[in-house]
Write a protein that binds this ligand. Structure first.
Ligand code: 3IO
Length: 340
């Protein structure tokens, strides 16, 4: 009897060892995901990426491990979407303004419609995505979306009037570039990571974006003037390779779904807070001057933006996109999240 028991236990142990070696049956190890991002690590798209990684690893008790690639080391600003579709990385963060023709519906959040801050912008964009489920995203799983704070002019020269901005080369992309054009500037399109070199070489005299970059890209060292216009936001998306998404277990999928709205709100709050810190640093340690437009001047600037909305609506409708309804929804969602 003793002998049988010994043999049985040896067989039993051997079986456990063998099963353990068969992948997918037992002890498959953690799920490893790669996450690509285009700008440098200290900037907000990467700060939110690290926060998401930490949350996922904590909520899954280490069942999912996320390896992050900031600074365009895996995929860059313009090949992010196609790189994720092709599976060159599992997850990627992209700025939709860099491909305005590709993301028509979500880029409507960059029309002059009065989004007041990054938190409201992020929640509005995420709701807009969920309502319209644009075909532009049919080949990926969208994990979250968020926006920057509203854009302002950062420049080497003071810009106080429409005369001052006339013909000045300023860097912007997508909807923000359309705004600059309406004001008479000469918009120069390029992704944010290319902007430091363009400023250094003098290709542009400034840029039009959210003010977090004054600190995170050290633009305050070159751009000593900020003209407050509180204009349009830049919209971002975080997308995942669809095959990889489909391969995830249900409990992990649920954790990612829960994080959709939460990550949008977290990033919105981070951006709004960080813009204040960035401008504090810029004015107190870098001698940056903030220019407020007079009421009369602001009215002139605003008036020039009026045609942009209607022009966008007609061009969208001509392409079979419900432009009127999209603009109406963005305005209504904005009022809702402003508590109006
Ligand atoms: C941005 C992009 C990368 C890193 C930090 C950033 N802050 C604001 C933006 C917006 C943007 O994409 C742009 O091109 O102005």
């Amino acid at each position: 009897m003793k002998k049988v028991a010994v043999i049985l236990s040896v067989v039993f142990v051997a079986m456990i060892v063998m099963v353990g070696m068969v992948p997918g049956i037992a002890s498959a190890g953690p799920i490893k995901l790669t996450y690509a991002n285009f700008p440098p690590a200290p900037t907000f798209p990467c700060v939110q990426m690290e926060r998401w990684k930490k949350e996922v690893e904590r909520r899954t008790n280490g069942k999912v491990l996320v390896q992050t690639f900031p600074g365009g080391t895996l995929l860059g600003a313009k090949n992010m979407m196609d790189g994720i579709i092709a599976g060159q990385a599992d997850i990627g963060c992209l700025c939709m303004a860099y491909q305005p023709g590709r993301f028509v519906i979500t880029n409507a959040t960059s029309l002059p419609l009065g989004i007041p801050n990054a938190l409201v912008g992020s929640l509005v964009l995420w709701d807009l995505y969920k309502r319209y489920k644009p075909a532009a995203f049919s080949k990926v799983k969208v994990l979250t979306m968020f926006t920057t704070a509203p854009s302002n002019i950062m420049s080497k020269i003071p810009i106080r009037t429409l005369e001052d901005i006339k013909g000045v080369n300023l860097r912007a992309s997508g909807g923000a570039a359309q705004i600059l054009k309406a004001w008479g500037a000469n918009p120069v399109g390029m992704p944010m990571p290319s902007t430091p070199e363009a400023l250094e070489k003098g290709v542009v005299k400034g840029l039009f974006s959210s003010l977090d970059v004054m600190k995170d890209f050290k633009f305050a060292e070159m751009c000593k003037y900020v003209t407050m216009t509180n204009s349009v936001i830049y919209p971002f998306a975080v997308v995942m390779n669809k095959g990889k998404w489909n391969s995830l277990p249900d409990d992990v999928k649920q954790i990612f779904e829960d994080l959709g709205t939460q990550q949008a709100a977290w990033t919105g709050v981070y951006n709004d807070t960080h813009v204040r810190k960035s401008m504090d640093w810029s004015t107190k340690t870098q001698g940056v001057k903030v220019i407020e437009l007079s009421e009369a001047e602001k009215a002139k600037w605003d008036k020039l933006l009026d045609p942009i909305r209607n022009k966008w609506i007609s061009s969208a409708e001509a392409k079979g996109i419900p432009g009127q309804a999209i603009v109406r929804d963005i305005k209504a969602f904005t009022r809702m999240y402003e508590g109006k």
